[in-house]
Design a protein around this ligand. Structure first.
Ligand SMILES: *[C@@H]1O[C@H](CO)[C@@H](O)[C@H](O)[C@H]1NC(C)=O
Ligand SMILES: *[C@@H]1O[C@H](CO)[C@@H](O)[C@H](O)[C@H]1NC(C)=O
Ligand SMILES: *[C@@H]1O[C@H](CO)[C@@H](O)[C@H](O)[C@H]1NC(C)=O
Length: 419
């Protein structure tokens, strides 16, 4: 309207004035009293509060008593600044001719909102938070309206209720923080987040679709400890805890990744421990090692957490107990070998430290015992077969027709005894 026919607006104002002297409603929703806002580079109209449209006013700069626009300008109570720039910001005074009404107006310039930049993340399996920032700095007072709704799968959710999909407000905590939290979200549902940036010049909305299983990123594990194991110059015992933000629950477990490297070695070694502890068996004797852990949902939802802060530990430096020296070699060499020696009777003395920490060796022992057991069983079976065969041959030689099948020898034995 204003671009095509500048006279029309004024005409309408004149008509409105003629119809009844309407006090010009100055926009006053934002900021301190008297503040008015305009867009940089555009034409800005300042409004004199409390003055009816069509009533002539004078406008002055506040900082110097310079008349900017006289009462005969034909602009009514408005001061129009074409192509406003930052030098136009500041305070203005408007006054009616009789001086009866006057006001101070403060002009601030900036830009309308651009679509905000939004990202969401879940640190547990039930709650997620979204953070945002401006797509462009507006220089103006800004609010963000945040809400979310559950996305419906057509034909599935619709049939149940029509009121369970929101929108609900996504509360900002503390108010004004660039972050809001959705509590009690469903792990398998899709949500649509609405972050709307609002300032005196307008509003702009960003919609973001999220699902917990995609944005899940646990906090890093906590309480990381790296301890030497006395008498084991190549071992380090590492333990850690779940992050407090991830409550233990059987259906939502975490798995872990552990990295370690000796001082001055750039490359990390990575292992994926099973539980909440690990024994590093190939540490470099005498060197401090950096260790860190990260966590991820057990079923690979979302992404790995960031790494925990590094914790340093140095393998036990003390000389190994004397009975461990076999053939002049330090015990660590022996242990680095496959567990062939793990059944050696000296084993208990190898473990001055807490035994249950080392979860590998017992497993290997069990495997060893199991294979020994299988071997002896096979030996027995073979022996029985040979014996049976031998008996059978003898019996065959003794009396006539041979018996068939595996049970032959047993029957033969019975027969043999009964004879
Ligand atoms: C989700 O947030 C609520 C409220 O802060 C909290 O009580 C609950 O433990 C959280 N859920 C999980 C799985 O952490
Ligand atoms: C849908 O929502 C409206 C308003 O909340 C309610 O009156 C109506 O009964 C609902 N319909 C169904 C099928 O739940
Ligand atoms: C997003 O939120 C704003 C402010 O609450 C609202 O006016 C707008 O309609 C919403 N947009 C959508 C698509 O839900």
């Amino acid at each position: 309207m204003s671009s095509c026919c500048p006279g029309l607006g004024r005409l309408l104002v004149a008509v409105a004035t003629a119809l009844g002297s309407v006090s010009s409603p100055c926009p006053q929703a934002w900021g301190p009293p008297g503040a008015q806002y305009g867009q940089l580079g555009r034409s800005v109209a300042l409004c004199c509060p409390g003055v009816a449209a069509g009533v002539p006013v004078s406008w002055f700069w506040d900082r110097e008593p310079r008349l900017l626009q006289g009462p005969s300008s034909g602009q009514g109570p408005e001061l129009v600044l074409t192509r406003a720039d930052s030098t136009d910001e500041g305070s203005y005074i408007c006054q009616t001719l009789d001086g009866a009404v006057g006001a101070t107006v403060t002009l601030r310039l900036g830009y309308p909102p651009a679509r905000p930049v939004v990202s969401c993340r879940a640190a547990d399996y039930e709650n997620f938070s979204c953070t945002w920032g401006p797509g462009r700095v507006s220089h103006l007072p800004t609010q963000y309206l945040t809400s979310y709704r559950k996305k419906t799968v057509p034909g599935v959710d619709n049939q149940r209720t029509n009121s369970s999909t929101g929108p609900w407000p996504c509360p900002q905590d503390p108010p004004g923080a660039a972050r809001c939290v959705v509590h009690g979200a469903e792990f398998w549902s899709q949500y649509r987040i609405n972050v709307t940036e609002v300032n005196p010049l307008g509003a702009s909305t960003r919609l973001l679709d999220v699902s917990l299983q995609n944005i899940l990123r646990p906090d890093p594990p906590q309480g990381l400890r790296v301890e030497p194991i006395p008498g084991h110059p190549r071992r380090l015992h590492v333990s850690w805890k779940y992050p407090v933000s991830w409550p233990h629950q059987p259906h939502f477990l975490l798995k872990f990744r552990l990295q370690y490297r000796p001082a001055q070695h750039p490359a990390w070694s990575t292992v994926e421990p099973v539980g909440l502890e690990e024994v590093i068996t190939d540490a470099v004797a005498g060197l401090p090692h950096a260790v860190r852990v990260s966590a991820r949902d057990f079923l690979d939802a979302g992404t790995w957490s960031s790494w925990s802060p590094e914790v340093w530990g140095t393998p036990s430096a003390g000389p190994p107990p004397e009975d461990l020296l076999v053939g002049g070699q330090p015990p660590s060499r022996l242990e680095a070998q496959p567990p062939a020696g793990s059944l050696v009777p000296s084993r208990p003395s190898l473990q001055p430290g807490p035994r249950p920490l080392d979860h590998r060796v017992p497993l290997e022992q069990v495997a060893m015992l199991a294979s020994l057991g299988i071997l002896s069983f096979l030996g027995l079976v073979a022996g029985a077969l040979v014996l049976g065969l031998w008996l059978r041959l003898r019996l065959d030689q003794k009396d006539g027709p041979p018996k068939h099948g595996f049970l032959g020898p047993i029957n033969a034995v019975d027969k043999f005894k009964s004879e």
